[in-house]
Design a protein around this ligand. Structure first.
Ligand code: SF4
Length: 245
């Protein structure tokens, strides 16, 4: 039987992007932050709803005077003070300690509590540096370099993006976020700007929240249907244990 998984066409990513763009429309423009504020947001937002995480960033800015990206007062606050503000996020006790430790490490290692000085390095070097901080993985390092004023080429792979890339056969079902990003970056056209990669992330996230969710695949309504091996597989009648012929 021929495989349902065909070789990946070289222009697949622009095709998927255009289809999602036509279907969902242009994502709302991002409020582009400084990289340290994004790092704080990413650390706090794990397993927490976006609206809650955004409110916590506003609360932290108000409480610790962080509106200009100066988080010195947050770094110098006690764990109890930080916990009091971030209590609505999941695992707030662990995250409070992690946040304080992260801010202290940045101050000690850069000499100033900001991440902009890393901007003089190559993207890979910045990401490797950020990933040495407590609790920081590949998704956060991509967000910090791509979503912010650093605006580097990177693709932030969240759970939605990872799952859809795997269902589309663009990455192995066992691939982790780092591998999925590497697999997709090979398919990214050279002229895609950091802003387009950001938009791609937003479109896949939206798709993962609506039609291609973790537990429900609404393939019949999906604009990617004819490009998707998982949809083909689901549409193929399963053979029973005893062949009919
Ligand atoms: S066709 Fe189905 S499995 Fe494929 S991307 Fe769309 S919803 Fe997901």
């Amino acid at each position: 039987m021929p495989s349902l998984y065909e070789p990946t066409p070289p222009n697949i990513l622009p095709q998927l992007h255009q289809r999602l763009l036509a279907f969902y429309g242009k994502p709302a423009p991002r409020d582009v932050w400084d990289p340290l504020t994004q790092l704080i947001y990413s650390l706090l937002s794990a397993r927490t709803k976006t609206e809650v995480s955004l409110q916590i960033i506003r609360d932290l800015r108000n409480r610790f005077d962080g509106w200009q990206g100066d988080w010195t007062r947050l770094r110098d606050a006690s764990i109890a003070e930080i916990e009091e503000v971030i209590r609505p996020v999941t695992h707030y006790e662990k995250k409070s300690r992690q946040l304080k430790e992260t801010l202290q490490q940045i101050s000690d290692r850069i000499g100033v509590l900001r991440l902009e000085p890393l901007g003089r390095y190559r993207t890979e070097k910045i990401r490797a540096w950020i990933e040495q901080l407590p609790g920081v993985g590949v998704k956060t390092s991509a967000a910090v370099v791509n979503f912010t004023t650093l605006r580097r080429r990177a693709l932030c792979i969240d759970g939605h993006h990872q799952r859809i890339a795997q269902r589309l056969g663009l990455s192995s079902p066992k691939a982790d976020a780092r591998q999925v990003e590497a697999d997709l970056m090979v398919l990214v056209p050279e002229d895609w700007t950091p802003e387009m990669l950001d938009e791609d992330h937003s479109l896949f996230k939206l798709h993962g929240q609506t039609l291609c969710t973790k537990n429900e695949l609404r393939c019949s309504k999906c604009p990617l249907l004819d490009l998707c091996p998982t949809a083909k597989e689901r549409a193929t009648p399963k053979r029973g244990p005893y062949p009919a012929d």
